[in-house]
Ligand binder design. Structure first.
Ligand code: UDP
Length: 316
């Protein structure tokens, strides 16, 4: 049996990934310090003999007794919303350290075990992009010390460290830049646009649009994202490569508000609030490379994904 380490495995994307890996009969070791992840997300697997959960901070010393074959590094706060106590703005130092020292520690484990390594980076490394869509070859336009820089520069450092291990030690690595992803298990208090709008709409509270709402994002449903992450890890031709993963269906925040109001049959009004500092104006992945090399592209429409996410939040 092959063993997979999932760092950040109790988070939104990490816990979905753990579930899919267990279905495929991998042994899964989940590491999480639970500052933004939740034990609730993995409670269904705790009785599975192929699953172990270790509450550790990967920036500190920790021990693994078993041989590891694959490492997914998803450990990081990821929400930019300063109003949320779970955002990377609330954990600025932790965010920088987990993407630097934490990633370094995982890379060393990968080297010792000759394990394949996947670093989860972000569309945030493109900052407030000047080209649309963003191909992997675009180097980005990032404020190096603005409020979002702890995440943007953290992810840029993590990419650089991952490539250093590839170049210096020939480690088998790939870097994935995740674009906005949504779906069940997202935290209601995350502060993300999709979770905020759905929860506001279900309570008939005003939908809070930051800025004019003309800024765009491209939203990918969680099932598509998890499949992309698995393909990137297990495909033969991904070693040393960087891939954008996301859904190129670009929408304005206003369009998302309208769609979520319609799909929830909500009476909510729209309220405009100030735009957070350095909030990117546009974002859309160029996924040509993932299509070509990984034979991957999203299959779930935004409408279908939002519908499933509404059902999830209704049940909470
Ligand atoms: N946003 C908004 N209302 C909210 C939450 C977010 O208008 O209640 C905007 C936010 O300013 C950004 C976009 O929606 O322009 C996406 O924000 P999110 O936090 O989901 O992710 P980001 O893509 O900024 O990392």
């Amino acid at each position: 049996m092959q063993t997979v380490l999932v760092a950040g495995g109790a988070g939104f994307i990490g816990s979905h990934l753990c579930r899919e890996l267990l279905k495929e009969n991998f042994r899964v070791i989940c590491l999480d310090n639970l500052i933004t992840g939740e034990k609730e997300n993995i409670k269904d697997f705790l009785t599975n003999n192929n699953f172990s959960f270790k509450e550790v901070d990967i920036t500190k010393d920790f021990f693994l007794e078993e041989k590891i074959h694959y490492i997914f590094d998803l450990a990081s706060p990821a929400s930019p919303n300063a109003k949320s106590s779970r955002s990377y703005i609330a954990f600025p130092i932790e965010t920088l350290l987990v993407n630097s020292i934490g990633t370094y520690n995982l890379l060393r484990i990968a080297k010792e075990n000759k394990a394949k390594f996947l670093y989860v980076s972000s569309s945030e490394i493109y900052g407030d992009p000047e080209v649309n869509p963003q191909p992997e070859t675009y180097h980005g336009y990032v404020n190096p010390n603005g409020i979002r820089s702890v995440y943007d520069e953290g992810k840029r450092f993590g990419e650089s460290m991952t490539m250093a291990f590839f170049r210096k030690y020939n480690l088998d690595i790939r870097i994935i830049r995740i674009f906005n992803t949504f779906g069940p298990i997202m935290r209601a208090d995350d502060g993300r646009v999709v979770s905020n709008f759905i929860n506001q709409a279900l309570k008939n509270e005003p939908l809070t649009i930051y800025g004019t709402g003309k800024q765009t994002r491209s939203f990918c449903y969680i099932d598509d994202m998890v499949l992309g992450l698995k393909k990137a890890m297990f495909s033969e031709n991904s070693n040393g490569e960087v891939f954008n993963l996301g859904n190129p269906d670009e929408r304005t925040v206003q369009e998302m508000a309208k769609l979520i109001k319609e799909l929830t049959n909500s009476e909510s009004k729209i309220e405009f609030e100030s735009l957070p500092e350095d909030d990117p104006k546009i974002r859309k992945p160029d996924i040509g490379k993932a299509k070509r090399l990984l034979n991957w592209e999203p299959k779930v429409s935004i409408e279908m994904g939002i519908e499933k996410t509404i059902q999830y939040f209704k049940k909470l």
